[in-house]
Design a protein around this ligand. Sequence first.
Ligand SMILES: [Zn+2]
Ligand SMILES: [Zn+2]
Length: 361
Amino acid sequence: MEQTKKIAWKTTIFLIVTPIVGIVGTAALILTRGIPTYTWMTFFFMVGATGLSITAGYHRLFSHRAYKAALPVRLFYLLFGAAAFQQSVIEWSSDHRIHHRYVDKDEDPYSITKGFWHAHIFWLFKDRSYREPTNVNDLWEDKLVKFQHDYYYPVAIFMGFLFPMLVCGIWGDWLGGLLVAGSLRIAVNHHVTFFINSLAHYKGAQPYSDKHTAKDNWFIALFTFGEGYHNYHHEFQADYRNGIRWHDYDPTKWLINIFYAFGLAKDLKMIPEEQILRKKMVMDEKRLRKKLAAQARILNQGFEERLVSLRQLVQERQEKLLALKAEELEVDKKAMKDAKQDFKVALKTWHRFVSGDLAPA
Ligand SMILES: [Zn+2]
Ligand SMILES: [Zn+2]
């Protein structure tokens, strides 16, 4: 889809009017008659269901094919994803695949290099002469996905507005369904997703690569259903996880894990640990060299030798540990414990070295 200077009026008006109606409408309801708890519960359910349908469905399943999901799960994503009013899976995924392929370049639809607000929302204000996406052939073949694309507006309006109105109508609050669980919730959905394109390319760490602007930021993960580990994601987009450590806040990963446990998801793709560590160590070294160069330190032969031997040690010990893990039951507990400890020690030494503590002058 090409960019022109024309404005996409339909999208622009929708993006401006929805938050105004949502915020003013909700405030008016609070001031005049209050909002029933059940309506708020519907609001939070809709925020979660639609938000996760974007992150686990539109993003990790349909755009990246990071796992396979059973029919009821895909149906859920298609219905509640449409309710987020972020276009059909086909269009969303096409834009997103272009974003990954050309990140930070001119072709990137929400390139941060054109400014924070461009990446956040302004890119949507620009009219893009529509052409059928050609980088999503796998998705065109999926009959349900094609149906969602062909009937996007009726599905989106029904799921985004009528469904919460019908639910809240059960306790007589169809207006709360429209304004709170409809409009206000859509505005929340929008900006949660937009922050991944803006903030997650703007502020945070780059543990895996500095070849693009994507950042890892746990704080952004807190309100983007775990998509804040964006540096990792851009480096390893096939992985179904964004936050890879067990304690990383990634509810999208947890939801997929739950589906997996119930047999509703399978073939969860994970990048091999040694590949991840290798990339991380390259970045560690890069940062160290930069730091030492800034301090005008001369790096002698001893430094280079130490660096190589430490790197080798870490990789060897990781290989040994992974080999033991692969054997599973046949390995005795002590050997496994020792291998874990050896790897931990080597990694700790490496971290001290790359932090500059052990580097010789
Ligand atoms: Zn990105
Ligand atoms: Zn992605």
